[in-house]
Design a protein around this ligand. Structure first.
Ligand SMILES: *[C@@H]1O[C@H](CO)[C@@H](O)[C@H](O)[C@H]1NC(C)=O
Ligand SMILES: *[C@@H]1O[C@H](CO)[C@@H](O)[C@H](O)[C@H]1NC(C)=O
Ligand SMILES: *[C@@H]1O[C@H](CO)[C@@H](O)[C@H](O)[C@H]1NC(C)=O
Ligand SMILES: *[C@@H]1O[C@H](CO)[C@@H](O)[C@H](O)[C@H]1NC(C)=O
Length: 631
């Protein structure tokens, strides 16, 4: 049998060489030799100079197992100092391999992959289970670098994996079948074999909650299953609000019972009546079932600025325990609870979204008309048993800009300071006040354009049917501001054109020392009243050169003289005002405020008040009467 096998092998190699067409006449002759004796005759003439012999000749002799001839060749090679060891060893190794392979074939299982259970580790977050399967039996042992024909099947709570791999000259079939604690969503689960030596798997839990363990059966011991600590530590934050559940439809089914979600307990099917909100026994999925019992909520912002039209994304925010919700249905509502119906009594559905996805969005296309009577968007939780009666709701807000600008804007600067303005801004109500929630006041660089920087002044609440106003405290308008602007505004934006008012910066008289509008000087006669702190004297002042901005002069006692600085702080009590057309003099007769050492004269401008600067003269209180008494 061995011979026959080798013969076949040789034939095969001869065929291979024939294809190559490189066989020499000597090799061909040897191949055709029926036995060792003939071979010796053929080779005889070539043995005198073995250096010229092809390597293949020696190999062929060994492979044909002409052992005597082979030994003759080797001893001749020693005499001629030719090294045949490479060819001889090569041929012998090949023969030996064939023989070993033959012996291995005696094992009926030889050539079949050995099935082993691969080591794996797992971790979880609220929604997912993470598995890493290593192509080795023990986690810390080396294993196959890759597998061929990887196959993963998932249904219900079962995860199966198989793949073929080679390691240390052995073939393995890695097969893992695990029964999980709870059901998974196969379509939302995924796996990939991209990393070296392992398979990464993410299983999506049917119900987002913390599992107490990976496997359905508490008692199952799997020696090469490990907790994936490093990963779990990272994921623990997302699980912080969760406590582990105790049961699942799978664990209840094992005891012939049905699962009640609300109480996390297993019940006999006739006891589903005691499962809050889920009183219908569903043996097929091992669940006390019923309509959803939690509502979701909605957010939406209309992106369509046309009135009576909507567009944009309605975002549905799941109820925390939306375990048994299959879809969320969004309706037009006529209140925060009731669906709007059309003339035929049909409810107006905007759309229905599967509860499985991560982002539950419903697109409302551009220019979608708002049905007559629609005031709300409503979202209902649904499953095979029906719809939860209470919807999540959202008041519809149709985005539209204000339709009219304010009726007008007035302002009078009451701050006499240069480049400073202050005063009441009055905004006349808009002709159409609907859609206006407030007016926004801005500094303008023209009657229509805001200043490029710091334009915003204030928002002023709209008051239905009324003009409104804003008190502008004393301030310097920003660079380039020439106007005040008032825009009609609501949450969606501003009406494009404003009401405007050109700013006139009013300045009062004598806003710097020695201006033409400052009084030119003041004198006072000697005090004629010897009583302490009593005066009798005459003040005479020289009026300003330019009296255009002046209506009167204001005379004060002073506790210090006027200076080159703002002098309002020098005042120590008002004496009298003198209209600009009256003679510029004042009779002092009466008490002198304590600490008075000067007489001060200020200019005054109508509405804007008295000047910051003044003129002054010293005043000496005659106290001789008091002195005599004391002496
Ligand atoms: C998973 O493997 C187990 C054990 O071989 C088998 O009984 C079950 O049918 C397999 N399930 C799937 C979904 O392939
Ligand atoms: C998955 O299912 C297919 C089809 O039933 C089967 O051929 C394959 O062996 C299964 N793989 C595993 C890992 O169970
Ligand atoms: C849990 O893991 C899944 C899959 O990686 C991820 O989509 C989800 O956001 C994770 N949950 C949290 C709360 O981070
Ligand atoms: C079913 O209900 C009965 C009556 O309330 C109770 O005695 C029994 O313990 C319940 N069985 C289960 C499995 O909940």
């Amino acid at each position: 049998m061995l011979r026959a096998l080798l013969g076949a092998a040789l034939l095969a190699s001869a065929v291979a060489q024939a294809v190559k067409g490189s066989r020499s006449p000597l090799i061909q002759a040897l191949e055709n030799a029926p036995a060792e004796d003939e071979a010796r005759s053929i080779l005889g003439p070539h043995l005198k100079d073995m250096k010229t012999l092809e390597k293949e000749v020696v190999e062929l002799v060994v492979m044909r197992q002409w052992w005597t001839l082979a030994r003759e060749l080797v001893s001749k090679s020693h005499e001629q100092k030719v090294d045949l060891s490479f060819s001889v060893r090569k041929a012998v190794r090949s023969l030996k391999d064939e023989a070993d392979e033959l012996l291995r074939t005696l094992n009926p299982n030889y050539g079949m992959a050995q099935q082993v259970s691969p080591a794996f580790q797992w971790a979880q977050n609220d929604t997912s289970i993470f598995l890493t399967i290593k192509y080795t039996v023990r986690w810390n042992a080396p294993g196959a670098l890759e597998v061929t024909d990887p196959s993963v099947n998932m249904t219900g709570n079962v995860f199966n994996f198989s793949g073929l791999g080679k390691h240390s000259n052995n073939k393995y079939k890695y097969f893992l079948s695990i029964n999980l604690f709870d059901n998974i969503e196969a379509q939302l689960s995924n796996w990939n074999a991209a990393s070296v030596g392992k398979l990464s798997v993410t299983l999506r839990k049917r119900w987002a909650r913390k599992w107490p363990r990976l496997l359905s059966d508490k008692k199952t011991k799997v020696s090469n299953m490990h907790m994936w600590m490093e990963m779990q530590e990272k994921l623990d934050s997302s699980l912080s609000g969760f406590s582990s559940v105790s049961n699942s439809p799978i664990t209840c089914a094992a005891g012939g019972k049905l699962y009640c979600v609300a109480t996390d307990t297993c019940k006999k099917s006739e006891n589903c009546s005691q499962c809050p909100g889920k009183t219908e026994a569903n043996e097929e999925v091992h669940l006390c079932a019923g309509k959803p019992s939690e509502k979701a909520s909605l957010t939406f912002q209309d992106a369509d600025m046309d009135e009576h039209q909507l567009s944009g994304e309605v975002k549905i925010h799941k109820a925390r325990n939306d375990f048994d919700v299959d879809t969320y249905a969004v309706f037009w509502g006529k209140s925060d609870t009731a669906k709007l119906e059309n003339a035929d009594g049909k409810e107006l559905l905007l759309g229905e979204v599967s509860a499985l996805g991560n982002d539950l969005d419903l697109m409302i296309p551009q220019n979608s008309p708002v049905p007559e009577g629609a005031t709300h968007l409503l979202v209902f939780s649904r499953n095979a048993y029906g719809e939860y009666a209470t919807p999540g709701s959202l008041l519809l807000r149709d985005a539209a800009l204000p339709k009219a600008k304010p009726g007008g804007l007035t302002f009078e600067d009451e701050d006499g300071g240069k480049d400073l303005v202050r005063g009441r801004i009055t905004i006349s109500r808009a002709a159409d006040e609907e859609k206006i929630s407030e007016y926004s006041l801005h500094w303008g660089r023209s009657p229509t354009r805001k200043t490029s920087q710091n334009s915003f002044i204030s928002a002023v609440r709209k008051e239905e049917g009324k003009d409104v106003s804003h008190w502008l405290s004393s301030q310097k308008p920003p660079e380039g501001a020439t106007h005040l602007l008032a825009f009609s505004k609501n949450d969606f934006g501003e009406h494009p054109s404003p009401a405007s008012f050109q700013i006139v910066d009013k300045t009062k008289a004598c806003i710097s020392q020695n201006e033409d509008s400052c009084p030119q000087g003041v004198q006072v006669t000697a005090d004629e009243d010897p009583q302490p702190r009593q005066a009798k004297a005459k003040v005479t002042f020289t009026a300003a050169k330019s009296e255009e901005k002046i209506d009167k002069y204001r005379i004060f006692w002073g506790k210090q003289p006027c200076s080159n600085d703002v002098s309002s702080g020098a005042k120590n009590g008002h004496i009298r005002d003198v209209r600009k057309d009256d003679p510029p003099e004042v009779e002092l007769a009466g008490p002198v405020p304590e600490g008075s050492s000067h007489i001060l004269v200020f200019s005054n401008s109508p509405n804007l008040g008295e000047s910051d600067f003044c003129v002054s003269t010293p005043f000496q209180d005659d106290q001789s009467a008091k002195s005599e008494k004391e002496l």
